[in-house]
Design a binder for this molecule. Sequence first.
Ligand code: HT7
Ligand code: ZN
Length: 874
Amino acid sequence: PQTIYLSDYKVPAYLVDHVDLRFELFEHGARVHSILTVRRNPQSDDVGAPLVLDGDRLVLESLALNGTPLDGDQYEDRGDQLVVADVPEQFQLSVVTWIEPQNNTRLEGLYKSSGMFCTQCEAEGFRCITFFPDRPDVMARFRTRIEADRSAYPVLLSNGNDIDRGDLPDGRHFVTWEDPFPKPCYLFALVAGDLVEKRDSFRTRSGRDIDLRMYVEPRNADKCAHALDSLKRAMRWDEEVYGREYDLDIFMIVAVDDFNMGAMENKGLNIFNSSCVLASQDTATDAAYQRIEAIVAHEYFHNWSGNRVTCRDWFQLSLKEGFTVFRDSQFSADMGSATVKRIEDVTLLRTAQFAEDAGPMAHPVRPSSYIEISNFYTLTIYEKGAEVVRMLHNLLGPELFRKGSDLYFERHDGQAVTTDDFVRAMEDASGRDLSQFRLWYEQAGTPVLTVRDEFDADRGVYRLTVEQTLPDTPGQTDKKPHHIPFALGLLDRRGQPLPLRLADDDTEAPTERMLELTERAHTFEFHGLAECPVPSLLRNFSAPVRLNYPWTREQLLFLMSHDPDGFNRWDAGQRLAVDVIQSLVGAPRDTQVEPRLVTAYRHLICDASLDQALVAKMLQLPSEAYLIELADEADVPAIHQARERVLKHLAISLRDELVACYRRNAQDSAYDLSPLAIARRSLRNTALAWLLAINDEEGRALAVRQFRDADNMTDRIGALRALVNSDYEDDRNQALASFYQRYQDDPQVVEQWFSVQAASDRAGQLPQIRALLTHPAFDWKNPNKVRAVVGAFAGQNLAAFHQVDGSGYDFLAEQVCRLDDSNPQIAARLVTPLTRWRKFAPAYRERMRAALERIRDKPSLSRDVYEVVHKSLA
Ligand code: HT7
Ligand code: ZN
């Protein structure tokens, strides 16, 4: 397969001003009539270039230029390209193609899901619908007429406003949609189905009334309220915080069951994976409610950061994704607990993005080459990209950042631009030189900060030295130092914040500073200190770096209870727990578990005056995945055992406190989604999980009762998970059976049922996983089901996946090969756990590599899987 390089970028030779589409939808296929109004691009020096349109698996039925049919010798259909050699300066090209949505299992372009037609065009799906210059810098106005059987497809949707509708012969009907905003074809969408409509409205700050419509299958009619409420909150927030108002008269949301990712921001017609938009108290967990709010907001925010201002090419993907993730995380922070949101984001970043940055697929936030763009919808583009934007916010401060964002939207409205344009707007608005900062977009890998300190008691000076290094990544060595915002504070022995005087005469010094690192090493001196302080470093995780500082356990315990920065209080607890667990990996069985960890956790569990949302997070031990990420040569069973030992030791030592914590948090009035209510549910479910981990009979009774009586999904599945992960086999089997019985008709809940089992080392050993794949509710064509079983097994059930005989790896390789022909995007994502093979102890590593080689040797491997496997083995 061919590699695409950023350095080869050329402006398009032809522009498309208008696209007139007519879809004839049938059960056995669809005919797509397209009329493109094309003109030569005055900015292109490629004078006389042929017109080249992209296409994928299309049957060309007819082609005409300015109304005159073209003969076979006037164009060339190369399969993936349609080339018309001789075209005038301006013309209309009429193309008719035939496609088969009913057989489209790749879920790119136009396909069918649960009987409805829907589309997914990002990144390069529009070329599966009709021939078109399928690149984001070709922006056109679209008019779309959809024709279909009226009774099977009463609802016909596309982007923009509906301008015409009517009946056709043979029980068919049509609706015509017109989108006044020029857009790249990746934002095109079409939906046709038998759907119910839920309506709401929103008045913008300038007084326009927007029609909000949500379309779902009739059985989901009662699961729309949360998404619509989230949408209205997001619309208001974007006006207040970014000054962005919605621009069309209608905003539509559609839920589909078969979807490769979470959702898609098509102009005025956002399409969602059902699991990311439908919610009811009985079927969705707190985490699902929060995810839905964040994703609905994310897609809505794209209307400006992505749609009004879009990407010039796919190397600029983080321009829209990094910025939009940053915006949605600010939104979620404002809607709930800001500290908890930061903890969640950093946990994902440090566990999974740092692993990506250290692996064979490492790439910069703005990559310079790719084989298959779908493989680049990564944690680096999204999460690290958001951290890069957050650093700009940290460096500029909120006012100048907002000025920069206003300038960016104003300057580039209606354009397809680059990450460099984004940084330039920030530069121009703030007057700051961000040339070194741009390296964050160009250099892959996670910087490492090593901090040393000393205290000069005679002078009262505390000296802090910070060194940065950047690891080599595939194709990149000898990197330059980054521009890093480094937030810190200093605490005295009573936990009081100290003034940070950078010079002797600095009297009005603040107690927190955002230092800026630009060199390989910096030394900062803080004056006027009577005692050696405890440093609180990288507050609120001010930059996406690995931080090394030789904290003592004493200091970590101190920070856990005194740091005014909530994030760092949590982080100190994590660092302490990591240190304790690591010290037990491979250690003799009689090695003592740090008693001060028990004391610290007792304090967290018992002191009800603490912020309960933060406590709920602090009680979560570092995950196995994070411990593996931190290891040099991971021995997964040893890590698993050490972590289990600590968890059981804590549970045994704190057994009575856990029961009390459960009871204290079990009495709720009405169900609500406030941070406190969510924290209380989290605390009681953590208490249950720990009690069942030590086979506590009272815990078992509590779990059985909670499972039976729960009035919400967080509690029901919390109890189910605790039982499934316990030694109480009969209770586990009974609970699983009754849960399935109750929810078997709800695909989103059945997905949760699958993943609770697949992620459990009790219920998810390989034979049981294979059995799940033959369960009547399992469906290879549904990505959510594949993720719930195969993805959860390989990504979360780490001790079961990493069997020393390699059976877990062989299983994954088998499923990847099986999926590669039907849905290569999902197959390529499933490979991820194997790509980390160099990280593991030798016995595992070799077997992982062998599994990758087996995938590599599959005949007719997709481009998607090819790229991941070959880069991993290189
Ligand atoms: N911008 C959307 C990306 C997306 C996607 C990409 C590749 C294949 C399928 C896809 N579905 C959605 C989602 C987002 O980031 O908002
Ligand atoms: Zn996005």
